[in-house]
Design a binder for this molecule. Structure first.
Ligand SMILES: Nc1nc2c(c(=O)[nH]1)N[C@H]1C(S)=C(S)[C@@H](COP(=O)(O)O)O[C@H]1N2
Ligand SMILES: [Mo]
Length: 514
């Protein structure tokens, strides 16, 4: 029996599934090659979906168990969802061809449906052509091979050529994925951001602060200086792919309980009086000795400067700060009055991952209130839960005092230098004490200069480094604790980070010959 048409769909059902899956991967690769990690990438809506629909308890458990791996894990889950959706779409096209018995029908159907899916979810019609084309190419190649397969018509033989074509399409797609990865990385907006004022170095004010930080810093192996480099400065946010907001499109509104609402654009913000200052950020979700704590020189405008123009209601005791990514948080009116809207970081334009073009910096409070990609400051008369407060955290207030042990430096003469960073928000750090006998006796560590007086800010908020050198016996139990500027000792009782930040003293056993 010789059929008059030889449909690709005469291949067994499992090969159609394999073909569809390969087409799906080709589509994702094509999309990434053209769009990179931007909102036009087909993976983006799925990752937003994953973030938005994962219940709070699950998010918290994942964050606690996976820590820094939580973000890549949720991205992989998003990619798996897109792969499944695209596979189903292409498979449907192939099955329709089988049912309709119209040769090559799956080719236009794939093109149309993949495009619709990509364009519909990302909203980027033009960029959606890429995944549609790559998926269609895979289906087309397999169809063609099957149509010219003399064996596929014989029931007792597997359709070898179609099978081979499917495998080849698979390998082809793998190499496409490799090329797409390289191309897509290039399309992903560069994080090596330009300096403010478009010069080849930081502007004078920022340069002075950066130089001061550099000259005062201890050189502690494995630990940052007094200012963290962009790129190694930690990032925490609810997005798997960060929003891209062009400075020209950015607006900030001050709304709610104000006499006159105010909307300001990027140029208008940059025309306002500028201040530059050190400020340390620390995430409330951070483990006691973890590294979600960093310091930068920020450049921006005091929020009080803008509030003067909009006549806030005297009963407006809080401000709800909103962002492009749907994130929001609430701070008190006092905290708002001493916050800044910053557009510069370490003398550079504020990078995308830290909230480009403008974020809020609230000196002394936990990281979560330092809203990135800020769009609206809504004054209100009553307190309201923020994004993380709705999820059981209590991390909008002042940071806890902490001394980190991040650096262990073994010298050739047998002595050891331990060191790290201590931070107590606006209270400042007065001393760091070290015990090398597990909490029996305590000695003052060396402290790096207090940089807070260098900033333009009235309420400085900056960490200090500490270090201590001694000649240990074979093994010593090192414990560190900070004393804040109000003379208060860092509390010893241990607690995890949820809901209001990890507590306890960092300790570590140091062996001379590890
Ligand atoms: N828009 C927005 N702002 C945000 C977040 C977010 O998810 N979305 N995360 C907050 C949290 S939890 C922290 S700790 C800080 C981290 O700032 P960084 O990424 O610049 O270090 O940003 C805060 N601002
Ligand atoms: Mo955070």
């Amino acid at each position: 029996m010789t059929p008059t048409t030889r449909l690709a769909s005469h291949t067994p059902a499992r090969w159609r599934l394999v073909t569809a899956a390969i087409a799906a991967i080709a589509a994702i690769s094509g999309s990434f090659a053209v769009s990179g990690l931007t909102p036009a990438f087909v993976g983006e809506p799925a990752s937003t979906f994953v973030v938005d629909t994962t219940p709070a308890v699950v998010v918290n458990t994942i964050l606690e168990t996976l820590g820094p791996l939580a973000q890549p894990a949720s991205f992989l889950l998003a990619l798996a969802i897109v792969t499944a959706l695209l596979t189903a779409t292409v498979l449907l096209a192939l099955e329709i061809e089988v049912t309709a018995e119209i040769q090559y029908l799956a080719v236009p159907l794939t093109a149309l449906s993949v495009w619709l899916l990509a364009a519909g979810t990302t909203g980027a019609a033009l960029a959606a052509v890429a995944p549609a084309l790559t998926a269609t190419a895979v289906v087309g190649v397999v169809e063609y091979a099957a149509a010219h397969d003399p064996l596929s018509v014989r029931r007792d033989r597997t359709p070898d050529r179609a099978k081979r074509a499917t495998l080849q399409a698979g390998f082809g797609t793998l190499s496409l994925a490799g090329i797409a990865y390289v191309a897509g990385r290039r399309r992903t907006p560069d994080s090596s951001v330009p300096y403010l004022e478009g010069e080849s170095r930081p502007p004078l004010g920022e340069r002075t602060l950066l130089r001061e930080a550099e000259s005062e810093a201890f050189d502690l192996p494995d630990a940052p200086g007094l200012v963290s480099e962009i790129g190694s400065f930690y990032t925490v946010d609810i997005n798997t792919i960060d929003p891209i907001v062009e400075a020209d499109d950015w607006r900030l509104s001050i709304t709610g309980a104000v006499g006159d609402e105010l909307t300001i654009d990027y140029d208008e913000l940059r025309d306002r009086p500028t201040e530059r200052f050190f400020s340390t950020l620390r995430c409330v979700g951070e483990g006691l000795n973890d590294r979600e704590m960093d310091t930068a020189v920020w450049t921006g405008v005091p929020v009080s400067e803008l509030l003067e123009d909009c006549d806030p209601d005297s009963a407006a005791t809080v401000a709800v700060v909103h962002a492009v990514d749907g994130y929001w948080n609430t701070i008190t009116r006092d905290e708002l009055e001493r916050s800044s809207l910053v557009y510069g970081m370490n003398g550079r334009v504020l990078p995308r991952e830290h909230g480009h073009p403008v974020r809020l910096i609230v000196p002394g409070n936990w990281g979560e209130v330092n809203v990135k990609w800020v769009t609206e400051i809504e004054l209100a008369r009553e307190d309201r839960d923020g994004y993380w407060e709705e999820r059981g955290w209590d991390g909008t207030g002042e940071v806890r005092t902490v001394a980190k042990l991040w650096s262990v430096d073994r010298h050739e003469d047998g002595r050891v230098t331990v060191g790290g960073h201590a931070y107590a928000g606006r209270r400042g750090v007065d001393a760091v004490e070290v015990s090398t006998d597990g909490d029996e006796t305590w000695t003052d560590a060396d402290l790096s200069a207090d940089l807070s007086n260098e900033s333009d800010l009235e309420a400085p908020d900056v960490w200090r480094q500490w270090r201590y050198t001694w000649e240990p016996p074979d093994e010593s139990d090192v414990v560190v604790r900070a004393i804040d500027g109000e003379g208060r000792l860092q509390p010893e009782d241990e607690s995890g980070s949820k809901p209001d930040g990890a507590s306890g003293w960092v300790s570590r056993t140091i062996r001379t010959n590890p």
